[in-house]
Structures are given as C-alpha cells and as structure tokens.
Design a binder for this molecule. Structure first.
Ligand code: ATP
Length: 542
C-alpha cells in the first residue's frame, strides 16, 4: 500500500520528507520502505545492481495543510460542518509532512541492515513495511530456536506481530531494563526469564531479588509452556535465612568493607593474617581461626593492642547468621541448566546484599574463567544473573562492594559466559561504565530528566525521536535497542504466563479490611449495622 510520496530530502543526511494526505497509519516509530537499486556483491566477488526494499523509520510528523483556523473557532461546530455550510469540498484538505530516517536494506549475509547512504528521489512511492518483514528483520532471532518472544510492535494492532529477541545475544553481551517505578521492569524481566527457561533454551539463571517480587516464577515448574518430555524447569526460591557465606569465600577487600572502619595498623594486621590463612589452603576458616591468626600477627609485629581491637571488630562483623561455617553458597546448588534460582534478599541489610553479590559473582566469574581456560570448574555452562535494583550493586558513586566484580564481568563476562541483566528505576545512579556495557537495552517510561539524560548518554544508537517517547510510554511499552536488535523499535511487552507478584498495594481496600478486622476483635466487637453501613456507602442515594 502506497502511503505517500517523497517530496524532498530532510534536514539531516539520512532523512527524507513524505507528503501524505492520510496520517492515520503512520505514527512516529512506524516503519516504511521504498524500492531502490543498490549494488550488492555476489559470492564470486562480482558486483551487481539489485532492487531492494529500503526501510526507514518515521521520526517526525507535522501537518502541512489543514482547515483554516477560522473553521475551528467554535468548539461546538466541526470544521467539516463549517466547510459544508460554505459549500467547500473537504476532500484532500489535510496534508501531512512526514519525516523518515533511512535504516537501509536487509542484507541476508550480514543478518543486518545496510544503509545505501542515499535518500530516495522526490516522487518516490513510500509504502508501509509488512508485518512479516518487520518480524524477520528487526531482530536476528529465529522463532523457536533459543529466542525470547517478548511481545509485538506498538504501532501495529495488538498481537498482529510477534517480536523475538535472540537469547544468546542478550545473555552474553548483557542487558539493562530501565524505567521509572511502576512502568513494568520486573514484569518485563519475568517475561525474559520465562522465555529463557523454556525447553528450547533451558538457561541457568540467578535472580537477585531485593523486594521478593519473583516468587511467582515457581509456577513455571507446572506451566504447560515450559514442559517438554523429561524437561520441566526447576525454580528455587531462597530466603535470606538459607543464604550463607563462608568466611573463606570473602576477599580481603570484602573483609575491609565489613569490618567497621579499621585503623591503618588494624588493616595491616588483618591483611597479613588473611594472607597467611589463605596460603594455608584451608577451605574452612572460622572466626576463631581468623582471630587467632590476628593475635599471632599482632604479636609478631608489635601491634598487640591493634590486634585486640580488631578481634572485637571481627566478632561484631562476622558473628552473625550470614556467615555460617557449616553452610555456604554452593554454586552447583544455585546454578544448573534448566534451573532458575531466586535469592530473595528483602530482609537483608543493603551492605550485606552488596557483599552477597560481590562474593557470589566473583565466585561465578572465577569458575567460568577456570572452565574456559581448561581448568577444573564447578560451572561448565554459561550463567545469566539478573540484578533488580541494579543501582544498589553498581552505583555511580562507587560506594558498593559489588561494583568492582560487576565491572569486571560486564567488561569481560562475554568471553567467559557470564551474562548480567541490570534492572533499575534510577539509571542516573548507575555507574556509567556498567550502564554502557549492557549492550541490549529495554527502556520503558522514564519521567525524571536526570534519568532520561543518563539513558541518552549510556545508550548508543537510539534516535532522539524514540527517546522523546520515553515520558509518554505506558506500563508494558518499551523501546528495545542495542546488540539484540538490528534497529531500535517500540514494543509492547507480552502478557506473562506466570502471575505477576509485584502488584501495587490496594491501600483503600486494605484499610477497609483492616478496619473491619479491628472492629471484630473482642474489645471492639462490630455491630452488624456497621458492616451494612459500610456496604451501604457504595449504594446510590435515592
Ligand atoms: N507487559 C505488561 N502487560 C500487562 N501489564 C503490565 C505489563 N508490564 C507491566 N504491567 C503492569 O504494570 C504494573 C507495574 O509493573 P512492574 O511491577 O513490573 O513495575 P516495576 O517497574 O517493576 O515497578 P517497581 O519499580 O515498583 O518494582 C503492574 O501492575 C503490572 O501488572
């Protein structure tokens, strides 16, 4: 279907302007195409001209001609009615200028768009891109082959298109889901996990869940979509009480950060004691072992009083349930292909959460590096870790134990099969490098100007036209950009197969219920009329 004719080149090199009488089909973000001859290289090296569909994205729209202002002076009378009264034909009155930016033709060999670097000539016919072309070309994913079905295109009718993302791409080059609170971050992340746990991917996923929002993923174990022969995903939900760290799993840096503000001599004693204990190659270090070693080193170095003060700090920092000696975070228990483990950290102090992430991801990274270098390893398969409240673990001010290890993984994890997904409602509070290393971005509604700026800075390739949409997106609508897609686009995230755990509290309902409950208690026994009175308030008054 021809939707308009090219009238002239646009202001920027890649832009052109279309004149169209009808703008109903063509929304900003929509994809159109024209046919043009481009030079392509054959397998034998010869170059031939071929006609290709050259795609472009609609980036702006303005009315060029419409009814005169006088026709709209009276809100009670439509401009059409005024025109009829005056005997003027309304046919073709509305005319729009639509700006489009060339993306290019789809190159089957590259599996990507190639920009021909010329804009179409005035008079060229512009058509709406077909659903099937967009499904095929916008991402590299092949449905059913390790791909994540995430939803459809916003500017097409619901469920008319099916958009798939390649799991291999976002799980290896990292992902961010960024949006204001309540815009659908955890919903979208859960959709991705649902896709990763289906039989054609059977991923090993670890979710760090500081708000306890991912518990309903357990339903995947029974869900029809997730079963295939012997396969059904396993979902382990772990509460803080069952998550422990062995002291031997800490690094010296971890120890410094949990031991409350040690003095320089105390740091010196601790470092020496820790190094000596490490060289003894004992997997198991108790608080007593550490304290004894600290005393020994204090004696050797004439720093007895520092050692004594340090002993007290060690007790305070480590003598807690989090550091259990009998139990520890065994990677083989947490991570298996076909298993999604959710660590619910909601009752855990933020510093401890950061410590947990530091210890866990350091270990995961070490094991994966060992595997890739041919050494014995607990992790012989790639791993994907999803971090809710990502700004807590990789903050811009650098004040988190977990930041160094996450930075390392984000810059090198691709080589070693450790993928990270960062979810955050405060992109401006995330470390810049961490944000820019997440090569697939799912960006949902963002109102805060600081966060919008952080997204603009941290996310390459997303045009201003799409970023301008950010404040107006509704829950579940997202811009998808980066390595997993061939060009950024606007998508509607599909409905979850499992229930969503993180619905907002219905305060008025809970107040009512709680009030009624209190009335029923013995010393405030409710009279039957009270209940009726409450329900009568909902009845219309005669
Ligand atoms: N794709 C979607 N389809 C249908 N409903 C959605 C979708 N995405 C989000 N919602 C609805 O929007 C609301 C907010 O979603 P969600 O809990 O994921 O937000 P959030 O950004 O994670 O919020 P918070 O920062 O508070 O955790 C929920 O009620 C959810 O049901």
């Amino acid at each position: 279907m021809v939707i308009g004719i090219v009238s002239k080149p646009g202001e920027n090199t890649n832009e052109f302007v279309i004149v169209t009488p009808d703008d109903t089909e063509i929304k900003t973000g929509e994809f159109v195409y024209y046919k043009g001859d481009v030079e392509v290289q054959n397998d034998d090296g010869s170059v031939v001209e071929q006609e290709k569909k050259i795609f472009a994205r609609v980036t702006g729209r303005e009315q060029q001609r419409g009814f005169p202002d006088q026709f709209m002076a009276d809100p009670g009378v439509s401009p059409d009615a005024v025109a009829r009264k005056l005997g003027i034909s309304t046919e073709g009155v509305d005319l729009y200028n639509i700006t489009a930016t060339v993306i290019g033709y789809y190159d089957e060999k590259l599996n990507d768009f190639t920009n021909p670097r010329i804009v179409p000539k005035p008079g060229t016919e512009i058509r709406l891109a077909s659903d099937s072309d967009l499904e095929e070309y916008l991402t590299e994913a092949v449905p059913e082959e390790g791909s994540a079905f995430i939803g459809d295109l916003i500017h097409r009718p619901p469920e008319q298109t099916e958009i798939h993302l390649p799991i291999d791409a976002f799980a290896s080059t990292h992902l961010s889901v960024l949006a204001s609170t309540g815009s659908g971050k955890s919903y979208t992340a859960s959709v991705l996990i649902e896709e990763m746990m289906q039989p054609d991917s059977r991923a090993a996923v670890l979710v760090l869940d500081p708000h306890g929002e991912y518990g309903s993923l357990k339903q995947m174990e029974e869900g029809e979509k997730f079963q295939d022969g012997d396969y059904a995903p396993e979902v382990q939900i772990k509460r803080p009480e069952s998550i422990q760290i062995r002291i031997s799993e800490l690094s010296l840096g971890d120890l410094f950060s949990i031991i409350d503000d040690p003095s320089d001599p105390q740091e010196q004693v601790l470092a020496e004691a820790w190094n000596q204990l490490q060289s003894e190659e004992d997997d198991y270090i108790s608080i007593n072992d550490l304290q004894n070693k600290v005393e020994e080193v204090g004696d050797e170095k004439d720093l007895e009083s520092s050692a004594r003060a340090l002993d007290w700090r060690i007790d305070k920092a480590l003598d807690r349930d989090l550091f259990d000696h009998s139990n520890h975070l065994s990677l083989s228990e947490l991570l298996e292909p076909g298993q999604c483990t959710v660590l619910q950290l909601d009752t855990m102090d933020q510093r401890d959460q950061q410590m947990m992430v530091s210890v866990l991801f350091r270990k995961i990274n070490q094991e994966r590096v060992a595997h890739e270098k041919g050494r014995e390893s607990e992790l012989e398969f790639p791993v994907f870790g999803l971090l809710e409240e990502g700004h807590r673990f990789a903050p811009a001010d650098g004040d988190a134990r977990s930041l160094p290890v996450l930075s390392t993984i984000l810059s090198e994890g691709r080589k070693f099969g450790v993928g990270i997904g960062i979810i955050s409602q405060r992109p401006s509070k995330i470390d810049d490098d961490v944000l820019s290393q997440c090569k697939t971005q799912i960006i949902m509604q963002i109102q805060n100007p600081l966060d919008q700026d952080a997204v603009k800075k941290g996310v390459e390739d997303v045009g201003e036209d799409l970023l301008d949409e950010l404040p107006g997106l509704t829950p579940g609508q997202a811009i998808i950009a980066g390595d997993s897609v061939n060009t950024p686009f606007l998508s509607r995230i599909r409905n979850r197969y499992t229930e969503h755990d993180a619905e907002s509290l219905e305060a008025t309902k809970l107040w009512q219920e709680s009030w009624k409950e209190q009335q029923r208690e013995p010393d405030g026994m409710a009279e039957p009329e009270d209940e009726e009175g409450a329900s009568n308030r909902d009845q219309p008054l005669d």
